[in-house]
Design a protein around this ligand. Structure first.
Ligand SMILES: Cc1ncc(COP(=O)(O)O)c(C=O)c1O
Length: 436
């Protein structure tokens, strides 16, 4: 056991669940062996508490660091803000500059409000929509964070979040009175959506979806969401928290020609510093003045400063093109290596956010084994790759070389019929669970 693993054992006694984010739990990668803590993260290199260095070919801070860790241009702007004072009784002028930038990139939107995390900004958007319509019911598709409005969908049927990225989320503590207020539909299921829109007509406060996640929208899906919400005068909320800034400068909805009423950004927008924005049409956004939405640290200056520096660099360096090139090479590499070693995998996701799953018996054991083998070769890796500007050709080549060797060993494990026996610890978790 290294320092990181020991520290995580202590963390579990002091912090319920060990970490603040499910996707950062070592159990989601390699229970007992994952280097849970870092001392330094720069570019795509991470150094753990034992001084070991890894190339991060996994989530890059769960999608937050699109430019790479500790990006020097973003850090420069943030450091200047630290020196000038991050907080004051007065407001940060950069809030207005950022609102101008965001509304220029998305001309359908005329106003912006800010928060600091994805989940809370989605809660703000849903509150605004409920205040605007005076209705309660939210039809949604995809994952949108930890808050009550979203988890309440699991009060009705604990399988209702299946197929929405993080299955099995427990709604304990969410008021039972919210049961039936958040109703899921599946991405690309136009008929299913229309059925719900008809069934709940007159009671719907908002329709919420990601613009894209694993697959491209089928023709007519997003268009139907837009036309039906317009017809029923319901705000359409597009959650760009993960998809945004990766396929084009701004929200992915721009690519699909959809103009929502509200769009929500977080994560990649500020490259590792907390920042989130809800942008929208004036008529809808204005209602934010009639419901109490207010928090002290939503006013810190680093938030808008880091977002402005990130967006400037995304544009200057043509980052989306880079993400596409790198992500495509990785997905093509997985496909080629799997076929060379006779392994069946299914690849999905847009190029900047790719992942694969093993189509053999005990897929979770195989996923854990992949992480174990890649860690030994100096890579933080799982069955997903989030591309960043810091991933250059040498990282891709080194990773694919190592992945080829890992796939060779995995083919042997599959052949044996008992892949778990190749693991040095337990199989990884796939969803939310109580930790011992
Ligand atoms: C689409 C989407 N919405 C909301 C969230 C929640 O964001 P946060 O973890 O910043 O609260 C996420 C996080 O993964 C997400 O992918």
């Amino acid at each position: 056991m290294g320092k990181s693993q020991k520290l995580y054992e202590k963390a579990k006694r002091l912090i319920p669940g060990g970490t603040q984010l499910l996707s950062k739990r070592p159990e989601m990668f390699l229970p007992g062996l994952w280097p849970a803590y870092y001392e330094e993260a720069k570019g795509c290199t991470v150094r753990d508490l034992d001084g070991k260095r890894y190339i991060d070919m996994s989530h890059m801070g769960v999608g937050s660091c699109i430019l790479g860790y500790a990006d020097k241009d973003v850090n420069k702007a943030v450091n200047a803000t630290v020196d000038a004072g991050n907080m004051s009784t007065l407001n940060a002028p950069e809030e207005i500059e950022l609102a101008e930038v965001l509304t220029k990139i998305h001309p359908w939107a005329k106003m912006a409000r800010y928060a600091r995390t994805g989940g809370e900004s989605m809660a703000i958007a849903v509150r605004i929509a409920r205040a605007y319509t005076g209705k309660d019911i939210v039809l949604f598709c995809g994952y949108h964070g930890w808050s009550d409005w979203y988890l309440s969908s699991n009060l009705s049927d604990d399988r209702s979040l299946d197929g929405h990225l993080l299955p099995g989320l427990e709604p304990k503590g969410v008021p039972r009175q919210l049961k039936g207020t958040a109703i899921p539909f599946n991405y690309n299921d136009t008929k299913g959506f229309l059925k719900l829109a008809g069934q709940y007509k007159g009671r719907i406060a908002a329709v919420v979806t990601e613009p894209i996640r694993n697959v491209y929208p089928k023709k007519g899906f997003l268009e139907t969401l837009r036309s039906e919400t317009r017809k029923q005068k319901i705000p359409l909320i597009i959650d760009e928290i993960t998809a945004g800034w990766r396929l084009c400068c701004g929200g992915a909805h721009k690519l699909f020609g959809i103009e929502p009423d509200l769009a929500v950004f977080a994560k990649a927008m500020s490259n590792g510093f907390p920042m989130a924005a809800v942008i929208g049409r004036r008529e809808v956004m204005d209602i934010a003045q009639e419901t109490f939405i207010s928090s002290t640290y939503w006013t810190d200056r680093i938030g808008p400063v880091s977002a402005l520096a990130t967006i400037t660099k995304l544009r200057k360096c043509h980052v989306t093109e880079h993400l596409e090139t790198v992500g495509k090479k990785i997905q093509e590499g997985w496909r080629r290596l799997a076929s060379e070693h006779g392994i069946r995998i299914e690849i999905s996701g847009i190029y900047p956010l790719g992942h694969f799953s093993f189509k053999h018996k005990e897929p979770l054991a195989l996923k854990t084994l992949y992480t174990q083998l890649m860690l030994q070769k100096g890579f933080l890796a799982t069955n997903a790759f989030y591309a960043s500007y810091a991933h250059k050709g040498e990282h891709v080549d080194g990773y694919l070389q190592a992945a080829g060797e890992a796939f060779r060993a995995i083919a042997i494990a599959i052949e044996s019929g008992k892949p778990a026996k190749y693991l040095k610890g337990p199989v990884c978790h796939s969803d939310f669970k109580r930790l011992a």
